[in-house]
Design a binder for this molecule. Structure first.
Ligand SMILES: *[C@@H]1O[C@H](CO)[C@@H](O)[C@H](O)[C@H]1NC(C)=O
Ligand SMILES: *[C@@H]1O[C@H](CO)[C@@H](O)[C@H](O)[C@H]1NC(C)=O
Ligand SMILES: *[C@@H]1O[C@H](CO)[C@@H](O)[C@H](O)[C@H]1NC(C)=O
Ligand SMILES: [Ca+2]
Length: 202
């Protein structure tokens, strides 16, 4: 790592990592075991992390988890919001993660994804609404994503972000990405695949 890069990493650590470590509210979970279904969380920090459900289990049937991103930088709204999905597993027919360009689900849809797809998403606007929606049967591990408010994609230090929840102790954090131990899968190493390996073996 060059000296410039080290200086950059340190600057980022002060700006980025301190709030992460000291302010729990940076992590915004919706649909806590379904209890907060339909409750809108309004996030105003310049960057943050969202996930649902709020545990190691699957989301519940008929989930409607909502996060409104209204990032403020120096007290002003922003022009662009980038979203990096790091964990995505929904029932591929029927449950989805959606991003809307605006403040409600009636705003223009930017992306609606099913299954395990994790496209990079940029909303060219000052707000974005995120939604995890599930139907009445078959639940999966759910979604987790970072957002970052900027117009300049290259400035986003995705590689320097901490791995949420330290990969639940089931993996190693390498440049902001969980490399899961054997038997675990997903961006948070949340998926316990050992049971399936066992099931396949018998
Ligand atoms: C979300 O927060 C922003 C910034 O504080 C505010 O302007 C906006 O009215 C809030 N929206 C909702 C729906 O609470
Ligand atoms: C926010 O304001 C401070 C102080 O005026 C300035 O140094 C900084 O560059 C501003 N940040 C952004 C992202 O505009
Ligand atoms: C989102 O909304 C803004 C402001 O209304 C608009 O300029 C932009 O083109 C829209 N589309 C996307 C994909 O962000
Ligand atoms: Ca389902």
């Amino acid at each position: 790592m060059s000296r410039e890069n080290i200086q950059l990493a340190c600057a980022l650590a002060l700006i980025v990592c301190l709030p992460w470590n000291s302010v729990k509210a940076e992590i915004a979970t919706s649909c806590q075991n379904g209890v907060e279904n339909g409750v809108l969380l309004n996030l105003t920090d310049p960057w943050g992390f969202i996930w649902a459900p709020d545990n190691l289990a699957s989301y519940v049937p008929n989930s409607n988890c909502l996060w409104l991103l209204s990032p403020q930088v120096n007290g002003s709204s922003v022009q662009s919001i980038s979203i990096k999905i790091i964990q995505m597993e929904t029932e591929s027919c029927c449950d989805y993660f959606a991003v809307y360009n605006g403040t409600t689900i009636d705003s223009p849809l930017v992306v609606q994804i099913y299954g395990t797809a994790m496209p990079a998403v940029v909303v060219e606007g000052e707000t974005a609404l995120l939604q995890l929606s599930s139907d009445g049967t078959v639940d999966r591990d759910g979604v987790a994503a970072f957002y970052w408010a900027t117009e300049v994609e290259d400035e986003i230090p995705w590689d320097s972000l901490p791995c949420p929840f330290d990969c639940f102790g089931r993996g190693t954090c390498v440049k902001g990405t969980c490399v899961c131990d054997h038997g675990y899968l997903g961006g948070l190493c949340k998926n316990d695949d050992s049971k399936r390996i066992f099931e396949r073996a018998i």
